[in-house]
Design a protein around this ligand. Structure first.
Ligand code: ZN
Length: 517
């Protein structure tokens, strides 16, 4: 009987372990590479988390790990980062307001709702969608006159799309509380909420964080409930719409729809496992048009964090900053997606070496980053900005603003079509700006000077194209031509009566009247 009991107990334990493993569907491991070139293909197979010299730290779901094992690397399985501590959890308002514990999922949702009910003129909580398991993906919108669209830059923070990287989750909740409770008394915060529209999403992957159940963040996982790395699941400038081979996950679709409804100017995506500001691009080696500007704002963030912390914090890679590709390449990241398609400047900020930070340490990390959180958004004040409106009606226009001989790889920015405002942060210099919008005559403004820590305002009115078709330019490929010669021409009509530009290629004319001089 006793032996039977023992056998039953062992069988139960084995099955419990098996269930836990199957549910996790996540392996954390490390291995050595001989050349960094191997990362280019490995990053498409597994979810690389960090690279230190030639040691790669990575996650894989079961399918990815099976494939990885066929590649012949010697690997070491590591304990899941979230299994190393039993974090203190808070299930009441009083407990969480000490900011040294993690909220239960229920407390998180009620906290967000309380921000709105406690500060109705300053805060709106928006549910942008649901996770695979039906948890809420929530943003707090913070601004004076929060119910009105104004000529303000929209700025955004989002954290913990890797569910086991929880430092930013609590720091974002604390940031919301800090902004709301200091509005009207702290001049810097008052100015931010008076002149910006702030959006904060503390938890982008709730299923990953609460993988161990709604009442604990222990056993949090990197992936979502389908075993997908959400920061590899976005369309990629280099690899196309599905770089990871997976369908867009509900969490990804919710984010993409949300970005389509907004016009974010600057944002950051908070992670853990390192201490560094990672700037674009992640997917390819060429530099962003605004590389110098990205280096400067990343440097400012890291410098601020270093100033407010003990020696050694936020000093990974190039003393706390790195180009994404230079560290290790990924495809399908949210940073490159927002930069390439949405005209938004996003960086990825790794807040703590320990992914699931013991909650007693959260107040320290708040102190390290509090000032940098605010000054990072303030970058949106600077550069070139203004309003683009219709010259005949005065109404706002959805326009593209290109910096001539500067913008590359979709680094153009767009107006917020609701108000017509644009915000082109750029390193100091003198630039020519081109404003275009379907149905309007393009306009170029020459010699606009951007000054360090200043805003240059360039408001522009675009003329609607007349109803008659109009030649914007013409070009011929015939070299020197004589009257009567046949030449092939390319004509661009900027209006076809319906307002859209289109091209007519290779039209032949046999009788041309050439200018006499
Ligand atoms: Zn991460």
């Amino acid at each position: 009987m006793r032996r039977l009991l023992v056998i039953i107990t062992i069988a139960m334990l084995v099955s419990l372990i098996a269930v836990a493993y199957a549910q996790t569907n996540q392996v954390y491991f490390k291995f050595e590479i001989s050349s960094r070139q191997e990362l280019v293909s490995l990053t498409r197979i597994i979810s690389i988390d960090n690279v230190k010299d030639k040691t790669v730290y990575a996650y894989a779901n079961d399918k990815q790990f099976d494939y990885f094992k066929t590649l012949g690397y010697d690997y070491t399985i590591l304990p899941s980062p979230s299994s190393l501590i039993s974090p203190r959890m808070a299930d009441s308002r009083e407990a969480i307001l000490e900011w040294d514990s993690y909220p239960t999922y229920g407390e998180y949702v009620s906290m967000m709702q309380r921000f709105e009910s406690d500060y109705p003129g300053l805060c709106i909580i928006e549910n942008i969608g649901y996770s695979v398991e039906g948890r809420e993906i929530l943003f707090a919108k913070l601004s004076a006159n929060v119910n009105i669209e104004e000529n303000e830059p929209e700025v955004m923070y989002s954290s913990t799309m890797h569910g086991d990287e929880t430092t930013g989750y609590v720091l974002m909740l604390r940031l919301i509380d800090y902004l709301l409770s200091n509005y009207g008394t702290d001049p810097q915060i008052t100015n931010i909420l008076d002149s910006m529209e702030v959006w904060i999403n503390p938890l982008a992957n709730p299923d990953g964080t609460y993988h161990g159940g709604d009442n604990t963040v222990e056993d949090a996982i990197r992936f979502n409930a389908n075993g997908v790395d959400l920061n590899r699941n976005f369309p990629d400038p280099d690899e196309g719409p599905h770089p990871d081979g997976n369908d867009w996950q509900p969490e990804t679709i919710a984010m993409m729809n949300f970005f389509n409804r907004h016009s974010f100017v600057i944002s950051a995506n908070f992670h853990g496992g390192a201490e560094v500001v990672n700037y674009p691009w992640d997917t390819w080696p060429q530099r962003h048009a605004d590389d110098a500007w990205f280096i400067q704002i990343s440097r400012e963030y890291a410098d601020s964090a270093q100033t407010n912390s003990p020696p050694g914090y936020m000093t990974d890679l190039n003393n706390g900053i790195t180009n994404g590709w230079d560290w290790y390449t990924i495809a399908g990241g949210r940073q490159d997606y927002l930069n390439f398609w949405k005209g938004c400047r996003e960086v990825t900020i790794e807040l703590s070496h320990i992914k699931l930070l013991p909650p007693e340490q959260l107040p320290d990390y708040w102190d390290y980053n509090r000032a940098a959180f605010l000054t990072y958004w303030e970058q949106a004040y600077y550069g070139i900005k203004g309003l683009v409106t219709d010259a005949s009606t005065g109404l706002p226009i959805a326009a593209t603003i290109s910096v001539i001989d500067h913008d590359i790889d979709s680094s153009e920015v767009y107006t917020d079509p609701d108000v017509g405002d644009y915000h082109r942060m750029i390193e100091p210099g003198t630039y020519d700006l081109r404003f275009t919008s379907p149905g309007y005559i393009p306009l170029t403004v020459y010699g606009v000077t951007a000054i360090f820590r200043n805003a240059t305002v360039v408001d522009v009115q675009l003329q609607p194209v007349p109803d008659e078709p109009m030649l914007e330019f013409y070009a011929h490929d015939a070299g020197v031509v004589n009257a009567g010669d046949t030449v092939s021409m390319s004509i661009t009509l900027i209006n076809n009566g319906g307002g859209n530009a289109y091209d007519v290629n290779a039209v032949s004319y046999t009788h041309l009247t050439l200018p006499t001089n």
